[in-house]
Ligand binder design. Sequence first.
Ligand SMILES: [Zn+2]
Length: 151
Amino acid sequence: MAHDKPTPKPGETFRCEACGRDSIAKAQKIMDGWRCLGESVVCAFCKAPVAPPVPAGDAAAKPAADTTAARDRLASFLGTAPVAAPEFRDKRKGHFCKDCKHYFKHPFYSRCLLHEKPVEPMDDCADFTPRPPDSGEAPTGSSSGPQPPRR
Ligand SMILES: [Zn+2]
């Protein structure tokens, strides 16, 4: 029960007490309907919380440079959150990160090469690009790390 050890930050490895594995901490939004209440850190395997949740007030204190971008980010969170937004979900159906050409599968976690951040296979994204069916599972070409986005 005692929280007497350092809290893992998202992306850091740690030993999960809930499932007993060497895991990776993962940021998870706490949603209340359409509103983001805050963010907590959970085990990537068993989703057990590993840190006390941080209220959204922290993030809201930062100046929002672009409200449209903020709305897009919110929208992609909503796609994975258990909220009653059927119209929205229908519209985004099939835009899962796992089907995106920017999706990179890693043994421990999955990554978006476009946004250079960890993603869930069932996340969806405003920048979703369908993976060409013929390219198969194997990424073509270089193994020299993430490519810069070409736009
Ligand atoms: Zn765990």
